[in-house]
Design a protein around this ligand. Structure first.
Ligand code: ADP
Length: 192
């Protein structure tokens, strides 16, 4: 089993690259943003709780997202590996993930960290907001709040995995294909 964290700020291209990576490596895609939006669409109690937090650009409580990931791991016992996208977003989530993977006798193989400048992120998210139907992408102050949450709480996740030598920085600007090739080359080095 080879498990990957695709890491980076909102708008860094995690969703786009995830789709390509899961197809290339046969991984199961676990995006907490997608899981939360599915809860919102189905109007579950969890979705109703999460929506107001997400609309403010803040992070949903750790217990909520860790619970979703735990269920998703249980629901996919046959997976050849997982691609985590948008998770973990705090050190507490990282520690919880390591424990869950440990119980399955596996671990994180690599953390691929996409590097994109803040102004490029804001532009991409505003552009995405024109077509994505995501309310958190249409308002610049919500976008800035999400980037601030990333800087305050999520960027330290890279430090957490650095202590285990698992982080590789990859330039997240350029064509989708160029970035994908750079990610694949890092994965291939570590998978063999
Ligand atoms: P993006 O990274 O582009 O902002 P996501 O779809 O990954 O979009 O996440 C959207 C929102 O969902 C976040 O702003 C946050 O409110 C919530 N969210 C997603 N994943 C997590 C997580 N692991 N922990 C806490 N909140 C999360």
């Amino acid at each position: 089993m080879f498990n990957i964290i695709l890491f980076g700020p909102p708008g860094s291209g995690k969703g786009t690259q995830s789709e390509k990576l899961i197809a290339a490596y046969g991984l199961k895609h676990l995006s907490t943003g997608d899981l939360l939006r599915s809860e919102i669409t189905r109007q579950t109690p969890l979705g109703l709780e999460a929506k107001s937090i997400m609309d403010r650009g803040q992070l949903v409580p750790d217990e909520v997202v860790v619970g979703m990931i735990s269920s998703a791991l249980e629901a996919n016992p046959q997976a050849q590996g997982f691609l985590f996208d948008g998770f973990p977003r705090t050190v507490a989530q990282s520690e919880a993930l390591d424990k869950l993977l440990n119980l399955k006798n596996t671990s994180i193989g690599v953390v691929l960290a996409l590097q994109v400048t803040e102004e490029e992120l804001v532009q991409r998210l505003l552009n995405r907001g024109l077509t994505s139907g995501r309310s958190d992408d249409t308002n610049e102050s919500v976008i800035r709040a999400r980037i601030k949450e990333y800087q305050d709480k999520t960027s330290v996740v890279a430090d957490y995995y650095s202590q285990f030598d698992k982080v590789v920085n990859v330039k997240g600007e350029g064509s989708v294909e160029e970035i994908f090739a750079a990610l694949c080359s890092e994965i291939d080095k570590r998978m063999s």
